[in-house]
Ligand binder design. Structure first.
Ligand code: ADP
Length: 496
């Protein structure tokens, strides 16, 4: 099968969150299963042309946006995929970049800390249509376009409207993955002219959402198959509580909606090989983890102790992640015999909150506001516990990294956190972490205290670490599920 994987962000080129990690790893895992994968994304300022040896293909596309024709250049690079299914050769996945400086040559991907870029509708309507025009220009006829999040939501819409009789793309099917239903690409109705589509699709059955244009909804309504990134989240989003106003649309499409758990890239996140950490370690020999803890606490200006657990956070600082709960109990938390390290960036109110905590408890709390991949690896390796009290969490990757590094996750039982973290049971000795159900600071505090109590018992704690580090959340299983869905969607398309 010929798969085109379209994403607004991807490791190692440009990243704001988990979608970039998924986009960096999943195409490689699919290619390893013998499928023919190509990737496409915007050429942002962050995309380093020299380091990634990108070349200008010399090809150009022309994309209609309202009553204008906008041109863009197409760059090409390769992603190395090791141990391909096709013998042991090292294969290369082609990746195309849409080079449109007016839209993408900016310091951030979607907006500055002050807010979203005001022309995001135009930037990503353009991207969606540019994906289709690029196919035609480079001679790629995909069986399936795998779209990711609202920024690619217009691809399914265009394939079922403007391109439905296009000799080149009329048989192309779409699989649309929702990585986070909270980000919908919601714009005022007068941006409709940018799509070059008629008002006939602007209704509640199409892309209208209470008088506005909702691009994510376009993806949900017009794609052939919808997936989201964990089983639990696929059920949650069909409810009013988690559906962000789109639960009705999702219920309507429930027969085409699948939950496929994200995997993680153990080439990037593995304490046995991690190039960022102070000492490598294995499940069988944990001595390096202590070196990592010392290194981490030195960076944060805290004193290391084997007895005191380090509770850590790496996160976008957004309401979704449950920081209002942390805010409610932070003083009691600091009374406990723990140390706290945080790396994050996001909403201003949380920057302030955590900076104040850092000042108030200088010997217990270390706070770094910012985005720092190397430090994220050091935290995973050096901390003892990892906190994710999310209000909702489509999949969550950090708890999966934490498991691999023996850094025990304390999570709220929602979405992918629910599917990947099992409460430790001292009787059966099963379980890999601690979770709580109710979205309340009392429930959170109680889960943290339980974890701290278990940490005092070295035998029990060691058992939890072994359980955690023994888990396998590699992509191989989930990539197979995607390949099956690609087959399904192609069959579905040929039947209609
Ligand atoms: P989301 O996509 O909702 O932000 P995920 O847990 O799925 O959450 O993925 C977050 C990814 O972004 C992880 O790889 C995590 O390590 C990374 N990350 C988040 N915040 C930071 C930060 N401040 N510095 C470095 N990496 C970060």
């Amino acid at each position: 099968m010929k798969i085109l994987f379209a994403s607004p962000e991807m490791v190692p080129f440009a990243k704001t969150g988990g979608l970039a990690d998924v986009s960096g790893a999943l195409p490689k895992a699919i290619e390893k299963l013998g499928e023919d994968v190509t990737v496409i994304m915007p050429k942002y300022q962050a995309v380093d042309e020299k380091k990634n040896t990108l070349e200008d293909t010399g090809k150009k596309i022309s994309v209609p946006i309202s009553n204008r024709i906008k041109e863009a250049k197409i760059y090409k690079g390769y992603i190395n995929s090791q141990q391909s299914a096709v013998g042991s050769r090292q294969s290369k996945i082609p990746i195309y970049f849409i080079d449109k400086k007016e839209y993408y040559d900016r310091p951030y991907l979607y907006g500055t800390p002050q807010g979203d870029y005001p022309d995001n509708a135009e930037r990503f309507i353009f991207f969606s249509r540019a994906i289709l025009e690029t196919c035609k220009t480079i001679g790629l006829k995909p069986d399936v376009i795998h779209c990711n999040d609202w920024q690619t939501g217009m691809v399914p819409v265009y394939l079922k409207t403007i391109y439905k009789d296009d000799p080149y793309l009329k048989d192309t099917a779409t699989l649309f993955t929702v990585h986070n239903l909270g980000y919908q690409g919601l714009f005022w109705h007068l941006d409709m002219h940018l799509t070059n589509l008629g008002w006939d699709i602007f209704n509640p059955e199409g892309i209208e959402f209470y008088g506005k244009m909702n691009i994510l909804k376009g993806g949900l309504v017009y794609s052939d198959i919808i997936t989201t990134v964990s089983r639990t989240y696929s059920h949650e989003i069909q409810t009013k509580e988690y559906g962000c106003g789109l639960d009705g649309v999702l219920r309507k499409r429930k027969d085409d909606l699948y939950g496929v758990l994200n995997g993680i890239d153990y080439e990037e996140w593995n304490p046995a090989t991690d190039k960022y950490i102070a000492a490598k370690y294995l499940k069988e020999n944990l001595s390096g983890k202590w070196e990592c803890k010392k290194d981490l606490l030195k960076i944060y200006g805290l004193k290391p102790s084997k007895e005191i657990p380090v509770l850590s956070v790496i996160s976008r600082l957004a309401d979704q992640k449950g920081f209002n709960l942390v805010a409610e109990i932070v003083n009691e938390l600091m009374e406990l015999d723990i140390q706290f390290v945080l790396l994050g960036t996001g909403e201003e109110k949380y920057h302030k909150l955590f900076e104040e905590i850092g000042k108030k408890y200088p010997s217990k709390a270390g706070i770094k506001i910012g985005f720092d991949n190397a430090l994220a690896h050091k935290i995973e390796a050096g901390a003892d516990m990892f906190l994710m009290p999310s209000r909702y969490e489509p999949c969550g990757l950090n708890q999966l990294y934490s498991l691999k590094y023996g850094t025990i996750p304390i999570v709220r039982a929602t979405g992918g956190l629910n599917d990947t973290v099992e409460n430790y049971n001292p009787v059966t000795k099963n379980g890999n972490g601690f979770k709580f159900a109710e979205y309340s600071s009392t429930a959170l505090f109680s889960a943290i205290k339980t974890a701290i109590d278990f940490h005092k018992n070295k035998t029990q704690w060691n058992r939890i670490m072994m359980n955690a580090m023994g888990e396998d959340f590699s992509w191989s299983h989930s990539a197979r599920e995607y390949v099956e869905l690609y087959r399904k969607v192609i069959n579905k398309r040929t039947k209609t």
